[in-house]
Design a protein around this ligand. Structure first.
Ligand SMILES: Cc1ncc(COP(=O)(O)O)c(C=O)c1O
Length: 410
């Protein structure tokens, strides 16, 4: 069983199912009972694996985690309640007050806000560099750096860093790389093969199967020696390569309580089964639309890493041989034109999500980034002239017809 789709469909843990059900059941139970007091003690001490309480582990969530582990060839996986929970859990597990992380302003707006607004008052410094500037990256790392944090294709700037080089620089300095792989998933990008230590994913997006449910994933690729991290070193003797995930289950993940619900795990396991089909179609649609938009005189600029005109074209070919996912951005003359374009659309929905089955459009500067002033937006690579198209799996001709409507309104 080697193929991605085969593993996604057949890689089930819960076999044999008691009634022979082909779809694993949803264990919507908070607690699980034990035959005697000694067994429950062993479970609490971690000496005998068992489900005791669903905030910590649950069989349906476990099934989802194990399927993702198999697909990504990761050491281990923890599923959480949202993408933001995955990011915050990992950073809180790795870093402490007085420490720093090296990241970039070219990241999802809420992630930037997590670093600058939520975690800063707890004493964590975030250092912002351009991830394509190796010198700046290297210079920002010091003995207090606990992680390099970046996104696989930045949203909405569509920048692709040389992830292999970022990992090499980080590892020379004994620092792990944490990468947000939401927009590629393990189908388009094999993070382990490019030196990424920890991948975080918002499974709300592609994996949920069409915006059915919120979810997040933490994947430890098993590459980093966690005894090098001061906060995790005490766990490392006992847990070895599994230290980060063991520490999460005994500390931040357990205590912050951002667990995934069994019902969402069920929906997201179902989503995994069709992931390769949907992401393949959405990537193909996106490339075709990017090429079409580039030819339109009213469109000033199109950003998509698989376009030959993208500065990241060669890198994207190397990192994402199966396609660069479902997000593109394009620029019109100004904000007014961006609004008029959106308002003329019939099929494409005005909504803030990505990787849905439906194609969605958004003006990032007036929505996700509205809390930042002009200068901050410029530093974040968010232009007032820019629209983001999160491309779904509809028929291409219908999408083009709708975008023609948008252009006609200008
Ligand atoms: C790249 C990226 N990472 C993380 C998130 C956060 O995910 P969630 O909404 O599941 O918390 C998003 C949400 O849009 C995202 O685009």
């Amino acid at each position: 069983m080697n193929g991605f789709a085969t593993k996604a469909i057949h890689g089930s843990l819960l076999r044999p199912e008691v009634h022979g059900a082909l779809r694993p059941p949803v264990y919507d139970s908070v607690a699980f009972e034990f035959p005697d007091a000694h067994q429950i003690q062993l479970a609490f001490e971690g000496r005998k694996p068992a489900h005791a309480y669903s905030r910590i582990t649950n069989p349906t969530v476990d099934e989802f985690e194990q399927r993702v582990r198999l697909l990504a060839n990761a050491l281990g996986v923890i599923a959480v309640s949202s993408g933001m929970a995955a990011i915050s859990n990992v950073i809180m597990a790795l870093a402490e007050a007085g420490a720093n992380i090296v990241t970039t302003r070219w990241i999802f707006g809420n992630t930037y806000s997590l670093f600058e607004q939520t975690l800063k008052p707890w004493g964590l410094e975030s250092r912002f560099v351009d991830m394509t500037d190796e010198k700046a990256l290297s210079a920002a790392i010091d003995s207090q750096t606990r992680a390099i944090y970046l996104e696989v294709i930045t949203n909405p700037q569509m920048q692709v860093a040389d992830i292999d080089r970022v990992a090499a620089i980080a590892h020379e300095r004994g620092v792990p790389v944490v990468l947000d792989g939401t927009v590629t998933t393990p189908y388009l990008f094999r993070s382990r093969d490019h030196g990424v230590d920890v991948e975080v994913i918002s499974s709300t997006k592609y994996i949920s199967g069409g915006a059915t449910s919120m979810g997040g994933l933490i994947l430890d690729n098993g590459l980093f020696d966690w005894s090098r991290n001061p906060k995790l070193a005490p766990y490392a003797k006992k847990f070895g390569p599994g230290t980060l995930l063991a520490a999460l289950r005994r500390d931040v993940y357990r205590n912050a309580g951002a667990c995934q619900s069994p019902h969402n795990a069920f929906l997201q396991t179902l989503g995994l089964e069709t992931l390769s089909l949907r992401i393949g179609k959405s990537s193909a649609n996106t490339l075709a639309l990017a090429q079409w938009l580039e030819k339109q005189p009213k469109v000033h600029r199109v950003n998509y890493p698989s376009l030959a005109s993208s500065p990241y074209f060669e890198r994207a070919k190397h990192l994402f041989p199966l396609g660069a996912g479902g997000i593109l951005t394009f620029d019109l003359a100004g904000r007014e034109q961006c609004f008029a374009f959106q308002d003329a659309l019939h099929l494409v929905r005005r909504a803030t999500n990505i990787n849905d089955n439906k194609t969605l459009i958004l003006h990032p500067a007036s929505t996700i980034f509205c809390e930042y002033d002009g200068e901050q937006k410029a530093a974040m690579g968010v232009r007032d002239t820019m629209l983001r198209l999160a491309v779904g799996i509809e028929d291409l001709e219908d999408l083009i017809e709708d975008l023609e409507r948008g252009l006609a309104a200008l």
